[in-house]
Design a protein around this ligand. Structure first.
Ligand SMILES: [Zn+2]
Length: 807
């Protein structure tokens, strides 16, 4: 059982002035050593408390009047007014990204050891009071093999041989501790910010990715400096830490983690081979997102996990905004609208939805809190903040944000603190606004209808919206585009062929067009001149399918007619991704799937024939490789090391082709293994696992299953790659028998693994056509003992599945 809200509140009331001094010994490959001093004051001498520390071996505790250990917590009795508890132990490494993660690079045999923390994980690395509102300064010492570099929250102040001493941090939450050790390849420099302060910066990657880091170093440095200078300008509070390192690390479960002073990114963000425009944009957005956390989350930290949105909604919004404002990636909200926002609408219709700002008591323990790192806290919260800025004005928004950050610096805060700060800088009713936008679930509908006098816009719901409404004439020329305040009263609009509310995506609402507008959209979608509007219409199409108002086959028709002419690469990439990951496996009957996959391949082929922008051509080629039934053509690609339209095969495209060939039954396990040897990197290891799992043969499926569920040391990445290859919607007859095994075996794994791996288990829910009998099987499984994090994922999948059944 994880830490409960009641336990956290009691401990926060009891303890104060917590200070950590932590020494880690990473020189042994079997276990790592920790020696820690935890100093703290106690408001009620004589009381009891506990330090968390998971699975400690050789545990020694000194400085406590009485103590006992249950494998998870060190119980301390008879506290003094001032205490210093010293703990020594050895702890296990992990390969699932939840703790002290160890990874040996197949490319060169080098080993890397990194602690990626987050909720409830610091206790797998050092003894601590593992909750956000006991922030504490921390001094770290690391002993690592000679030749390694150690990175951590603060800058290294002494380094000799394998010994690294880091400066003391300002007060940080335990969840934000980080250490990354290994023979990193580094690009470091000093940068002077707008306030005249000079800090050390660095980008780091595995040694085998040195060429890739050097290739992208100039852009990574530019984006870092531009975002840093921008935040330093718009926020009154200076950057609070003494250095800014960023590392591409192996096995990170999240996109990245905002650990102060040293951000870790999953190293897939530094791809071998081609870096597409979409990948550069997404990476830059994540850089801006994580840097926003230095203020939202690291300087000011949510008190308990119900206010996850104070971290994630702000960082998500600022990430998309600042990457455009400061780092030159134009149209970033087009990307948000079509790639991220659709998931938030889906999440807001599931039973698990919650207000953007939840009530603390509804997040009773940390396992439940894990579920709130979802599309509501990120993408819906982002949308709601964007609506707040549109409704309130940017000056007032930033004034409120700055008052909030300054008042609660190095401390904790809640929704009430943010609303108080905002309320003090504006005459608008922000308390009423927060009530309807932050404290409720669901969303309004903005509906266009027509009567004899022309189009009318009405709101079905209860929230105020300020949005852009754009109209086009029959030749698709824009005839009107303006911001409107939409409330209770219908708004009459000028006559037009197409009327699109929320055309720039400023609000979070379902849009429904009148028949005449939608029919025109179906005819002309790719020719509508505004990227924002097309993104809104495509994602509106996802919603129509999900709501059962547009047949999946009609959506495929839009792909065939319009995606092939779509100029904006982000839209092409996101629509193809949604079509392949959601529309085909979840909204089509098994008999229609093969035809639909071939239809997507044909659409990509036709798009490629029209000589698109080179970035669009890469995206179309990748999707073609994933969908074509033409094994002979793909074999030729591998021989030529290029596609039939002349695009060079990089590892990503090569492994897409290999996986597709495997799924078509055109490659043997031996041939895939030869490819793995030829590649020699972790990309090849994972690509081969994906391809082997995709072979349409019972023996191959059984081997992949054993790798996923019977290997106790399976890494997070290997599990995901195998699951991706395994659940192939074109192989539903072959893999459907495994649905029952998945439902039976996943809870057993989830009972012993961390939250992040539990999430991966849940996200590997069978992505194949399922029916009424499967719904009953999932319901029966949920009636049993399913651990919290997995249960949440299954309930979400079940809610989605029910929507796809015939109504
Ligand atoms: Zn974040």
């Amino acid at each position: 059982m994880s830490l409960t809200l009641d336990e956290a509140r009691a401990r926060a009331a009891l303890l104060y002035n917590v200070v950590y001094d932590v020494s880690l010994d990473l020189t042994d490959r079997e276990t790592f050593g920790v020696a820690a001093s935890v100093r703290f004051d106690c408001a009620e001498p004589g009381a009891d408390t506990f330090l968390e520390l998971t699975d400690a071996l050789d545990l020694v505790v000194a400085g406590a009047n009485e103590w006992s250990y249950d494998g998870r917590r060190i119980h301390l009795s008879g506290l003094e007014a001032s205490n210093e508890v010293r703990v020594g132990a050895r702890l296990p490494y992990v390969t699932d990204g939840d703790g002290m993660h160890t990874f040996t690079d197949p490319a060169d045999g080098e080993t890397y050891v990194s602690a990626y923390i987050g909720m409830d994980i610091a206790q797998r690395v050092f003894p601590c009071f593992d909750q956000n509102d006991l922030k504490a300064p921390l001094t770290l010492h690391v002993t690592a093999p000679e030749g390694w570099t150690a990175l951590a929250n603060a800058r290294a102040i002494a380094h000799e041989g394998g010994r690294w001493d880091f400066d003391r941090t300002p007060p940080i939450p335990t969840a934000m501790f980080v250490v990354c050790a290994g023979p990193w390849h580094s690009v470091t420099w000093e940068h002077t910010g707008p306030d005249g302060r000079t800090l050390p910066f660095g980008w780091h990657a595995r040694r085998s990715l040195a060429a890739e880091l050097d290739r992208d170093a100039e852009e990574l440095r530019r984006v870092t400096e531009q975002c840093f200078d921008h935040y330093s300008t718009i926020f009154d509070e200076p950057y609070a830490f003494d250095s800014y390192d960023q590392a591409f690390v192996p096995g990170q479960n999240w996109g990245a983690l905002e650990t102060p002073g040293c951000v870790t990114y999953r190293d897939e963000y530094l791809p071998i081979g081609r870096v597409t425009e979409g990948e550069r944009r997404r990476r830059a957005t994540v850089i801006a997102h994580e840097m926003a956390h230095m203020w939202f989350g690291d300087l000011v930290t949510m008190r308990w996990w119900e206010d996850t949105w104070l971290n994630e909604s702000f960082a998500d919004y600022m990430g998309f905004r600042v990457v455009e404002e400061a780092a030159g990636f134009e149209g970033s909200f087009v990307d948000f609208t079509v790639r991220r926002k659709p998931g938030a609408y889906a999440a807001d219709e599931r039973r698990s939805t919650h207000p953007v700002a939840a009530i603390a008591e509804e997040v009773a323990d940390v396992d439940l809190a894990a579920g709130n790192f979802d599309s509501i806290s990120y993408a819906k919260g982002n949308s709601v903040l964007r609506q707040l800025v549109t409704w309130l004005g940017d000056d007032a928004f930033l004034a409120g944000v700055n008052a909030y950050l300054t008042r609660h610096r190095f401390d904790n805060a809640t929704l009430a603190d943010f609303v108080d700060a905002l309320d003090a800088v504006t005459d608008r009713d922000v308390r009423g606004w927060a009530q309807v936008w932050l404290r409720t679930t669901g969303f309004d509908t903005l509906r266009v209808s027509r009567d004899a006098d022309g189009p009318v816009l009405t709101r079905e719901g209860s929230r105020p919206h300020r949005v852009r409404v754009t109209s086009y004439d029959a030749s698709l020329a824009r005839i009107d585009s303006r911001l409107l305040d939409i409330g209770d009263d219908p708004i009459r609009l000028g006559d037009a062929e197409i009327v699109v509310p929320n055309s720039a995506g400023e609000t979070f609402a379902r849009i429904r067009l009148d028949d005449r507008s939608w029919e025109a959209v179906e005819r002309h979608l790719a020719s509508i001149p505004d990227d924002d509007t097309r993104a809104v219409l495509w994602s509106g199409g996802f919603d129509l399918v999900r709501s059962g108002e547009l047949p999946a086959t009609d959506f495929l028709g839009l792909v065939t007619r319009h995606l092939t002419r779509e100029p904006e690469v982000t839209i092409v990439e996101s629509v193809l991704a949604w079509t392949l990951s959601t529309l085909i496996p979840q909204h089509l009957a098994p008999a229609d799937i093969m035809g639909a996959v071939a239809q997507v391949a044909a659409a990509c082929e036709s798009g490629l024939a029209s000589e698109p922008d080179p970035e669009v051509a890469v995206v179309l080629s990748r999707s073609f490789a994933e969908t074509t039934p033409d094994a002979v053509l793909l074999e030729q690609w591998l021989l030529d090391r290029a596609t039939h339209t002349g695009i060079e095969l990089d590892p990503t495209m090569r492994w897409s082709a290999i996986r597709r060939l495997a799924a078509l039954g055109a490659l043997t396990p031996e041939q895939i293994d030869d490819e793995r040897h030829g590649d020699g990197t972790v990309v090849g290891e994972l690509g081969a696992a994906r391809a082997l799992a995709a072979i349409p043969h019972p023996e191959a499926k059984a081997r992949a299953w054993a790798r996923m569920f019977e290997d106790p040391h399976v890494s997070n990445r290997m599990f995901v790659a195998s699951a991706e290859g395994f659940w192939d919607p074109e192989q539903v007859e072959l893999v459907h028998p495994y649905v029952a095994r998945y439902l039976a075996e996943a809870p057993t794994v989830a009972r012993t693994c961390g939250q992040a791996f539990s999430l991966l288990l849940g996200k590997s829910f069978p992505n194949i056509p399922l029916g009424e009998a499967d719904v009953a099987a999932v319901e029966a499984a949920l009636a049993g003992d399913v651990p919290t994090v997995l249960r949440r994922e299954w309930e979400d999948s079940l809610d989605d599945l029910r929507l796809t059944l015939p109504r």
